[in-house]
Write a protein that binds this ligand. Structure first.
Ligand SMILES: Cc1ncc(COP(=O)(O)O)c(C=O)c1O
Length: 405
């Protein structure tokens, strides 16, 4: 194979991101400081162990970075214990299950097609292979989590862990209720707030911290930090088990460049600017929901309590795959997604998932949402028209350009 210019490819990807209306709800723009920390000399250091107890010398600055990041995580989420070493959200969840359950134990999470995550027990994930997975789902009428059925199943199956948390569910999760069910059946309650961590941290969503034994979150979605994760807990014994499961159980040396980026991110997340940001995410999501309605799109549950919307395309001429591809040709990035009780294949589902964290970071407000909805309608009306898609793509570039200047 001939030489590949990776630096050039990274530059091009940067440019692509700047010219795209990025509506994938799990994506964001990390600030320059985070990008610098990721590319800093911290990446050169091996630091197996935890602050004060390392297996390598030369940890003066590393220990200060990790200790500060742990303290910031504890302070932001108001918990006594935090592990900041998990490489990302999936290994964080795996470490928690490894700490709290044994292979073969039963775990319960929201099923993938109802808006849960793969690592909540889906059969394609190790979490569904190593544990007995009993998924819970949605009420077919309201399309909200069916807490009564969750309770009934929990009583019947007596799981070791009940996982709460969402990837594609637009409504508030009742962590308190799930915590109560978990306590009643003697299960651990693990809340995965990866998607909604910013809302949770700044009290714009019900907080799972008082109701869950362990809380996990990625750091690169709404928190707009580097790719990584936090594992938060209340109990010293559980925290020790989690630390041991992360290292040496599952991982080797922590990625200290990421951890410094996480520290920086958590410091930002406690500022007034971040509060303004997450409030704007909520306002933008509601405004986008209204605008999409006006443009004739149907939304699962009619709207959102968080940062994401799920378009129901069953009455549309295009499915989620065709629409997301056409949108991408017009520089609008979204993702195809199943909708609840979808009988279409996952390759061509009847849904499309969109969210506002990235466009809100760009500086867009409620006033810009009608234009986004109009552009999406234009694409949905001309999904095969290459010329029209190119024209819309130019409009999108002009729109995003205004926010980069
Ligand atoms: C709720 C939830 N948990 C965990 C993860 C996994 O995170 P990662 O992709 O960093 O492994 C995701 C990713 O989308 C998620 O949405």
């Amino acid at each position: 194979m001939s030489n590949v210019d990776f630096l050039d490819l990274a530059r091009k990807e940067h440019e692509r991101q700047e010219q795209t209306l990025r509506l994938i709800p799990s994506e964001n723009y990390a600030p320059d400081a985070v990008l610098h920390l990721l590319g800093s000399a911290l990446t050169n250091k091996y630091s197996e162990g935890y602050p004060g107890k390392r297996y390598y010398e030369g940890q003066t600055y590393i220990d200060r970075i990790e200790t500060a990041t742990i303290e910031l995580a504890k302070e932001l989420f108001e918990v006594p214990y935090a592990n900041v070493q998990a490489y990302s959200g999936s290994p964080a969840n795996m470490a928690v299950y490894g700490a709290l359950a044994s292979p073969g134990d039963t775990i319960m999470g929201l099923s993938l097609d109802a808006g849960g995550h793969l690592t909540h027990g889906h059969h394609a994930s190790l979490t569904g292979k190593w544990f007995q997975s009993v998924p819970y789902g949605l009420d077919p009428e309201t399309l909200h989590i069916d807490y009564e059925d969750l309770e009934r199943q929990a009583r019947e199956h007596r799981p070791q862990i009940i996982i709460s948390g969402i990837s594609a569910y637009p409504r508030e999760v009742d962590f308190e209720r799930i915590g109560r069910i978990a306590r009643e059946v003697g299960a651990y309650h693990v809340a995965d707030v990866s998607h909604i961590s910013g809302l949770v941290a700044r009290d714009l969503h019900q907080n799972p911290v008082p109701h869950a034994d362990v809380i996990t979150t990625t750091t690169h979605k709404m928190l707009r930090g580097p790719r990584g994760a936090l594992i938060l807990s209340h109990d010293e014994e559980i925290a020790k088990r989690i630390n041991k499961t992360v290292f040496p159980g599952l991982q080797g040396g922590p990625h200290m460049n990421n951890i410094a980026g996480i520290g920086y991110t958590l410091q930002q997340a406690r500022t007034d600017d971040f509060l303004t940001y997450v409030k704007q995410i909520r306002a933008n999501t509601d405004a986008l929901a209204d605008a999409l309605h006006t443009e004739g799109f149907n939304l699962v549950t009619g709207g959102s309590d968080n940062h994401l919307l799920l378009l129901d395309l069953r009455e549309s001429e295009v499915d989620g795959a065709r629409l997301s591809e056409a949108l991408m040709k017009a520089n609008i990035s979204t993702n195809k997604n199943s909708i609840p009780f979808d009988d279409a294949s996952p390759a061509h589902p009847n849904g499309l998932r969109v969210g506002t964290p990235a466009v809100t970071t760009l500086g867009m407000t409620e006033d810009d949402m009608p234009e986004i909805a109009r552009l999406m309608r234009d694409v949905a009306t001309h999904p095969q028209d290459a010329h029209r898609l190119e024209q819309i793509g130019e409009e999108v570039k002009m729109m995003t350009q205004q926010f980069l200047e």
